[in-house]
Ligand binder design. Structure first.
Ligand code: FAD
Length: 439
């Protein structure tokens, strides 16, 4: 048996380099209001540096230009990358492109890889993932966007909502119902649709807490779009017909580890700011660090962050050693737990900074607004809580007599019997010692 919490020295050195690079070179870019082109130009030399260090698109296997690190190492990398919202672009693993490249690598045909995956990895194409609809989000079995076969083609009709990068994407992965009469989770398939295909239109950019008045055609915007008679060839289907949901699940599994570790990094940055503030801000006779409330904030944040970090790394370890399916409960648990920790730690740091924290002279207000979304995307927290509870409950059965296993009067009778037996000469055996009614 071994429990290992250390990082191998060589990889530790890479992480240390990344930490400095993210904090000193990438994070300052957050303060500039760059448009899409200027941002691409600014990060191009930084991307080259990352590539030279062998850290580019590390979520993919080596034959695709990744590192084949496995989820634990990737998790540790994402913890550092998560400190700045811009760092994923510099390291070639920004959502939704990273998740899209993973499913293209796993389920794409060689033509699809050639046309979409390799340019995506090279950074010459961008993508969007179009699943959510105005009337179907948390429960994707309610999707209505339809794909109907017409000769060798498929024709797609429907409406999609909150699609990140829709206005700048070169292609879309669209989830559409191909088999309405199949079992609910086998009704949909995924299609690769190039931007500009007739009938596909981005209706409007959506204002949100990230950006109430989004500028058009900007990276990270979210948009509403329609598909009206969008015709694609049969070869545009990604993976098997009807396998849309299982592909979506495989896209989200490891992706949630990366999200959660990025949240650890974001929350750690907030905690760094909280601690710094506590040590210099003087109020009512002492620095904030001497107020018990602020000490509680620091202690709670530290403990919650460490719990999240360990839970997430454990989930990563389960994926690496037993596969994604074995980690399902862990993955759901870190999703809702992590979103809460992210929110609470940033909230405390913002509060400790008072009006300065609320102002955009610090990154905290931006971090706070973005953190709120974490409780909604990748499945709302409530759905993940429900999933965890259901799976935990599978390990139990109701007592046949509808009386709690631990009921004291019954236990007492059991204990008295046991004591009586034990006080007899040794010829008697153990007897029934009960035990929790766990399956
Ligand atoms: C920043 C951001 C980026 C996004 N990017 C994309 C993208 O690129 N592509 C894409 O396809 N989608 C994207 N989405 C959409 C996202 O996937 C959905 O918002 C999410 O699946 C929830 O769906 P909904 O918003 O329709 O909420 P609804 O389905 O309307 O749910 C609303 C609320 O109902 C409650 N609820 C729902 N089900 C249950 C349940 N079983 N038990 C208890 N409570 C429940 C929850 O509180 C939930 O928040 C993005 C969303 C955000 C916020």
């Amino acid at each position: 048996m071994s429990w290992e919490f250390s990082t191998e020295p060589e990889f530790g050195e890479q992480l240390a380099w990344m930490r400095e690079f993210v904090d000193e070179t990438i994070a300052p870019l957050e303060t500039l209001d760059l448009d899409d082109d200027a941002f691409r130009t600014a990060i191009a030399p930084l991307q080259r540096e990352v590539k030279a260090r062998g850290l580019w698109a590390a979520h993919l296997d080596p034959e695709l230009g990744g590192q084949g690190f496995g989820q634990v190492k990737l998790g540790l990398m994402h913890e550092v990358i998560g400190r700045s919202r811009l760092a994923p672009y510099v390291f070639g693993n920004q959502p939704p492109d990273s998740g899209n490249s993973e499913i293209l690598a796993r389920f794409g045909s060689s033509e699809q890889k050639e046309r979409y995956l390799f340019p995506l990895l090279a950074g010459t194409m961008r993508s969007a993932y179009a699943m959510t609809e105005p009337d179907a989000g948390a429960d994707p079995t309610l999707l209505t966007t339809a794909a109907v076969q017409d000769g060798a083609d498929w024709v797609l009709d429907g409406r999609k909502w909150f699609i990140t990068n829709a206005s700048v994407a070169d292609f879309f992965i669209v989830m559409a119902v191909t088999d309405p009469d199949a079992q609910p989770h086998w009704r949909a398939s995924q299609f690769l649709v190039p931007a500009g295909t007739a009938g596909l239109s981005v209706e409007r950019e959506l204002g949100s807490m990230e950006d109430p008045r989004p500028r058009p055609d900007r990276l990270d915007n979210h948009a509403e779009m329609t598909l009206a008679g969008v015709r694609v060839p049969g070869g545009a289907m990604l993976g098997e017909r009807g396998a849309g949901f299982s592909i979506a699940q495989s896209r989200l599994g490891p992706g949630r580890i990366h999200h959660c570790m990025r949240w650890v990094g974001q929350a750690q940055r907030a905690l760094d700011m909280l601690c710094e503030r506590a040590l210099y801000r003087f109020s009512h006779g002492s620095v904030l660090a001497e107020k018990q409330t602020v000490q509680n904030w620091i202690a709670e944040s530290w403990a919650e962050l460490n719990a999240l970090r360990l839970m997430t790394l454990q989930a990563a370890w389960v994926i690496d050693t037993h596969g994604v399916r074995a980690a399902t409960t862990h993955i759901s648990a870190i999703k809702f737990w992590g979103a809460g920790v992210l929110h609470d730690v940033i909230d405390r740091a913002l509060q400790a900074h008072g009006s300065l924290g609320y102002s955009s002279d610090l990154p905290l207000e931006d971090m706070y607004r973005r953190a709120r979304a974490a409780r909604i995307y990748d499945g709302p927290d409530e759905v993940h809580r429900q999933a965890v509870a259901r799976r935990v409950l599978r390990g139990y059965a109701a007592p046949g007599d509808h009386r709690p296993t631990e009921l004291a009067p019954a236990r007492r009778i059991q204990a008295e019997r046991l004591v009586a037996e034990l006080s007899q000469p040794l010829q008697h055996g153990g007897g029934d010692r009960g035990g929790a009614r766990r399956r």
